[in-house]
Design a protein around this ligand. Structure first.
Ligand code: ADP
Ligand code: UDP
Length: 239
């Protein structure tokens, strides 16, 4: 597969066109950003960890019947993915209170919810990724009611599978963000599932092992991502 020109440079990944119009190469860089791109640093080795991490999770979800964009792992940092027409929406699910919901609703971090809470956000750094609901999405023509139902259903189903996986590794899956897109009218999970886009705590000590370490300046960011990977059985050395 020939790697062609750069299609998009995001905050943590680069997407390249290939000789096949329907496929893209996703390059996980070491760039790490927080606060809608206001804090940016390079963390050596993060791209490789996230590429392998994401591929493990997407293969796991695929085995549970969830259609994911991953096609092949090409190198330490690069994977081949299906080109998707992305919804400009972030699908977030929360099992415990943390991050923006604590500020918004005055909740104490760590409160366990009676049921997972699903939320939509509009993907726009300049606006600070504002929370939106189904009516905004339909009114702006980003997705129809049927697709919205599918996005919510898929996110909650993925949460069920990942809660099991993380729980079996004595980890708490606090919350996470997903992005979906369409190819030939079918919805696929796109983008990534890595510690950059979720919150994971040690079950016993409640130690934060995800990107909050970067946001809060706690250090050992990549080491913590490696720890999560090791505990859920990801071999970071071999694809
Ligand atoms: P951000 O968009 O948050 O700055 P990223 O570095 O994660 O950060 O950028 C990756 C971009 O690629 C995002 O805009 C995402 O929506 C997009 N994307 C992810 N998967 C696909 C895909 N399969 N096809 C097309 N675009 C994708
Ligand atoms: N998240 C993300 N990208 C974003 C916004 C949120 O990956 O642009 C993830 C974040 O890491 C967390 C979950 O989505 O796991 C919920 O994030 P929250 O709304 O609490 O926002 P935050 O306070 O983390 O910005």
């Amino acid at each position: 597969m020939e790697k062609k020109d750069l299609l998009t440079k995001g905050k943590a990944k680069e997407l390249y066109r290939t000789s096949d119009d329907s496929k893209l190469i996703m390059d996980f860089t070491d760039d790490t950003s927080a606060f809608d791109g206001k804090k940016i640093e390079q963390l050596a080795g993060k791209g490789t960890v996230n590429n392998r991490f994401n591929n493990f999770i997407m293969k796991y979800l695929d085995s549970k019947g969830i259609a994911c964009h991953l096609l092949d792992e090409l190198s330490d940092r690069e994977s081949l993915v299906l080109s998707l027409d992305m919804f400009p929406i972030e699908c977030v699910v929360r099992n415990y209170a943390a991050g923006s919901i604590c500020k918004r609703l005055g909740l104490e971090e760590g409160m366990k919810f009676e049921n997972p809470i699903f939320e939509f956000f509009y993907k726009d750094d300049d606006l600070g990724d504002p929370m939106i609901n189904d009516n905004h999405i339909v009114a702006f023509g980003w997705a129809n009611r049927e697709d919205i139902k599918i996005l919510e259903g898929l996110t909650l189903e993925i949460n069920k599978h990942l809660l099991e996986l993380f729980d079996s590794a004595d980890l708490i899956l606090v919350d996470f963000k997903l992005e979906f897109g369409k190819n030939n009218n079918k919805i696929f999970l796109g983008d990534e599932f890595t510690p950059d886009g979720c919150r994971v705590w040690d079950k016993e000590t409640k130690e934060k092992l995800d990107k909050d370490r970067f946001r809060l300046g706690l250090g050992d960011v990549v080491k913590s991502y490696q720890e999560i990977a090791y505990r859920i059985g990801i071999n970071l050395n071999k694809p």
